[in-house]
Design a protein. Structure first.
Length: 415
């Protein structure tokens, strides 16, 4: 049975093939979209009762969509993501537009993934009526957030691709803590209904080539070929390393594992590290000023004006320093998170966004890719950041690291 071929059969549940391989199988008529969808739903039914990555599942809708994809293929259509099962973060208008575009390329939506809910910390876990979303690597740890369910579902192999959004690290943090790829494009390259200008739509994937395929279809440019992912004879990307961005408190273990991953990229000829002492100011005041928006009207006018002046000063300094950096290098590499994932009780005083939200304020594209596994058994992410519009450089870094250091998957058991 096709379900057994795609799940492992016999009660074991292998991860889904990546989106690129799945679409190739369906387009080549070696599997039908219905068979692929049935396998994804079987994985979801087996794993999600314990994982709790989804708040809603839509099996009837998914199978109807899959049958429509198969009919389109029979008529000669060749959608690039034919039959690929996806999870969708929080059904808002901007997410609906992104999902509609993916469906037009042949994706099959199987359900809604979890996000923080009432009574949960915004930067940590997913909320479901069955309890918090679990990290597939350690059930007692958070998957991160806010794209918690999307990262957990991809890491668990339920789906190869899930949508998300990133307003302070909401794709990159859970991707780092779940051991998958979380890509935030340049702000406003994809339409996002976020008046603060901080959030960008993006996706979580299990492989670099799937991130490239997603971005190619969303941005309307081909980023999937070897000329982008593994250019033959191209000079190494000029890269800078920063363990703290000049202000963040980062656990030594997180920094060490991410720095070793950067070293592997240099040994492989993907990057050439350059000395650059980047010292940004803490972007927290800017982020909060932008995010609070109309709420600021409730505060005293003098306090509000002082906060806005300070935010403008910090933003101006950081923009100038990042401009100088990307005039000298192609990519900036950092740890993706300052700490390992914490327990479900919350982060305490730690700020998981310390290394990510500067690039929501600045609008630069950024990606988190798996760098290794820490001593606590949870993944560590390497963050790569590039100049505005230079997503291709980040895909080259992601593909290069995946090639020299294949990414492990968490051990899973049906619920």
């Amino acid at each position: 049975m096709a379900v057994d071929r795609l799940t492992g059969g016999g009660g074991t549940f292998a991860a889904a093939p990546d989106a690129t391989a799945t679409a190739d199988l369906v387009i080549g008529r070696r599997l039908s979209a219905v068979e692929v969808t049935e396998a994804a739903l079987a994985r979801l039914d087996a794993l999600d009762p314990r994982l709790r990555a989804f708040t809603e599942t839509w099996p009837e809708r998914a199978l109807a969509s899959a049958r429509a994809v198969d009919r389109d293929l029979a008529r000669g259509a060749r959608p690039r993501l034919a039959g690929v099962p996806v999870g969708v973060k929080a059904w808002r208008r901007s997410q609906a537009a992104q999902t509609g575009r993916l469906e037009r390329h042949g994706c099959v939506v199987v359900g809604l993934t979890s996000v923080p809910g009432p009574g949960t910390e915004w930067q940590t876990w997913g909320h479901t009526g069955r309890g918090p979303t679990l990290n597939p690597w350690r059930a007692d740890r958070t998957p991160g957030g806010s794209s918690a369910g999307s990262a957990a579902a991809v890491a668990a192999g339920i789906v190869p691709l899930a949508t998300g959004s990133d307003g302070a690290g909401s794709l990159r943090i859970p991707a780092a803590w779940c051991g998958v790829v979380g890509f935030k494009p340049t702000t406003r390259r994809l339409p996002a209904r976020d008046r603060s200008g901080l959030a960008a739509l993006g996706a979580v994937t299990g492989t670099a080539r799937d991130a490239a395929l997603y971005l190619s279809l969303m941005l309307g440019e081909d980023l999937t070929g070897p000329a982008v992912l593994a250019p033959d004879g191209a000079p190494a990307l000029r890269a800078a390393w920063s363990g703290t961005l000049g202000f963040a408190a980062v656990d030594a273990g997180q920094a060490r594992i991410a720095r070793v991953a950067a070293g592997r990229l240099e040994e492989a000829g993907v990057i050439a590290l350059r000395a650059h002492d980047l010292r940004l100011l803490d972007p927290g005041p800017v982020w909060r000023a932008l995010r609070s928006g109309p709420v600021r009207a409730a505060s005293e006018a003098a306090e509000r004006e002082a906060a806005e002046r300070e935010a403008a000063r910090v933003r101006g300094v950081n923009d100038e320093r990042l401009g100088a950096l990307f005039g000298a290098v192609d990519v900036l590499l950092t740890p993706a998170t300052p700490t390992a994932p914490h327990g479900h009780q919350g982060p305490g005083r730690a700020m998981s966004v310390d290394l990510t939200w500067a690039f929501n304020v600045s609008g630069h594209p950024a990606v988190s890719v798996p760098a290794g596994v820490g001593p606590d058994g949870t993944p560590v992410g390497l963050q790569a950041v590039a100049a505005h519009g230079r997503e291709a450089a980040l895909l080259r870094v992601a593909a290069g690291l995946e090639a020299v250091s294949p990414w492990p998957r968490p051990p899973l058991r049906p619920a």
